[in-house]
Every structure is written in C-alpha cells, then in structure tokens.
Ligand binder design. Structure first.
Ligand code: GLY
Length: 316
C-alpha cells in the first residue's frame, strides 16, 4: 500500500471511529459530587434545551451556593477558625480556558465570579480583596455569608478548637460538576467554602486548575472533593484526565488517582477523605473515594439519580 493510500485509509478509519463514538455517547449528561439532585436538575434543564455545558455547570453550582443548609459551599458555609466564611471556586470551558477565585468573602456565587475572571480579564485567578472588588464592579451583591446555623457550629467548635479534617462532613463537601452538552463539548466547575475551621488564609484544591478540576475537551474532565491538601499534592484532576488520554476508563483513572494518595509512604489516609468523579468524551463516568459514603449524582437519559461510589478502604 502506498503512503498516500495508507494515510487516506487511516483518516477514514479515524473519522469512522469518531462518528461511531458520537453515536455511542449518551449525551447530554451532567454529573456532580454528592447528593445534589436540585443542582443537577438545573444543569440538565439547560442541557436538554440546547444550552452549553458551561452554562449548565455554572447554574448547577449556583443552586448549591445559594442553599444555606449546605454548610460546605457558598452562603451558609462553615467559617475559618476566626469565624470568617471564605470561598474558593473555579470553572473551565471547552476551549481549555479557566477562571478561579480564592479567599473570596461576602459574595455568594463564587463560581460566577470565577467565570467572569475567565471571560472578562486576562488572568486565571483572583484572590481575596481583589476578587471581591472585581465581583462588585461586575454587579455582584455584597452579602453576609455566615448564617446563624454556621455561626452556632463555629461557636461550639471554639470550645475545643480541635483542628482536624472531618470525613464526609455533613455527607456533603465541595460541589464539583462536569457536563457534556448536545454538541459534545465538556465543561466543569467546582465551588466550596473549604475545610471547616481552617487557618485564616488557607486555600484548598478547588480553585487550583489541575488539582480540584481539570477539563480537556478532547478527552474528558475530572473534579475532586475532600481534603484539598492531598488533592493539590497529587494534582489529582489533571492526573485523571491524562490517564484517560492514555486509554484508561474514567473509573480506572479515578482509582489510580486515589491510589497515588493512599500509597504514599506514611500516608495518613485513614483520617481524611478524598473523592473524584470523571467523565470521558463518550459520556462514561467514573467515581472513587478513599472512604465509603461518597456519593455521586448523575442526570443522563432523562434520569436524575444519586449512587454511592466504590471506595478504597474496605477495613471498617
Ligand atoms: N476540597 C475542598 C477543600 O479542601 O478546600
């Protein structure tokens, strides 16, 4: 076979493969960390009506940011040890662009500020006072984020001031969301008030591109929840997407990323939780955590449902 006809047949096979993949993909779809059916429902409404994956993940995350009962995200989030609520969030679009905010105070919808950073500035990340001032110039309203319930929890905590990560706090932690729209484009977002009673100034994985979230529209996306320090040190979400690029399924890639954490010499994994979710271009989903009770909500084929993920530590 001449080089020319070989190349022609190669191009044809690739095109056929890609058509076949498109047929197989069960789109659209949205998947999120934890039991957040209202959030995935909001995202699904956007996707099924032809909206973009970017709008879907932003609007889905906003549902949980506004939910004062959730004490790990947005308004009502648990404060740092000094009683201040500080938010971290990020977002990535299908072109590989990203925006994030860290240590944001007084603004409920951190994910939307992150999107504005991505779309309206030459930067990826804004922090603290600068992020807040930027948000105010974009029309976001200043709000008190510390609710009575979270203030009470914090006051109770100050009696011992014992600092330790709480596994599966309230069965709900960082909200991470990944979506594929009807065009087959993948976007992701995540939002959090971070570790409860953290040190003032502490920033976790959620606003760090590659750690808390990574999306590559050619391959898939991944998002993390749990103890951010461990996710940052293993660049977990980027790792998962790269493993999928090398041929692993989303499930295999999530399991490998958890193994990288628990198999470190002297890993203290029994005392903290990390969970990952991932999707690939075909709409296949993976989820895995260190400990049990990490849940995942998926809206696909018109069905919104939450399941427990598989997990590493079976020694209970
Ligand atoms: N995963 C959230 C945080 O550690 O801040």
């Amino acid at each position: 076979m001449s080089i020319g006809s070989y190349l022609n047949s190669y191009v044809k096979t690739s095109a056929d493969e890609s058509k076949k993949n498109k047929r197989k993909a069960k789109l659209p779809l949205v998947v999120a960390t934890w039991n957040v059916k209202f959030a995935t429902s909001k995202a699904w409404d956007i996707l099924i009506n032809g909206g973009s994956a970017l709008d879907a993940v932003e609007q889905g995350c906003r549902v949980e940011e506004a939910n004062e009962k959730g004490q790990s995200v947005g308004k009502g989030g648990l404060p740092d040890r000094d009683g201040q609520v500080t938010l971290d969030a990020c977002i990535m679009n299908a072109e590989g662009n990203a925006g994030s905010v860290v240590y944001l105070k007084n603004i409920t919808h951190a994910v939307s500020v992150a999107r504005k950073v991505m779309e309206d500035t030459p930067h990826v990340m804004l922090a603290g006072k600068g992020a807040e001032e930027f948000a105010l110039t974009k029309g976001f309203k200043k709000e008190k984020l510390l609710t009575d319930a979270s203030k009470k929890s914090w006051e109770k905590w100050t009696k011992t001031s014992e600092y330790k990560p709480i596994i599966n706090i309230e069965n709900h932690d960082t909200i991470g969301m990944l979506a594929i729209d009807q065009q087959g484009d993948i976007c992701g977002a995540c939002t959090t008030s971070g570790l409860a009673y953290k040190m003032n100034g502490r920033v976790g994985d959620s606003p760090i591109i590659g750690a808390g979230l990574f999306v590559d529209n050619e391959v898939g996306g991944a998002v993390a929840t749990g103890l951010g320090e461990e996710v940052v040190k293993s660049v977990g979400s980027f790792l998962i997407v790269e493993l999928m690029r090398q041929g692993k399924t989303p499930q295999q890639a999530c399991e490998e990323a958890i193994k990288r954490i628990v198999q470190k010499p002297n890993s203290d994994y029994k005392n903290f939780q990390v969970g990952y979710i991932a999707i690939n271009k075909l709409g296949e989903i993976g989820a895995y955590s260190i400990h049990q009770w990490f849940s995942v909500t998926k809206f696909q084929n018109g069905r919104n449902h939450t399941t427990q993920s598989d997990y590493f530590n079976k020694n209970y």
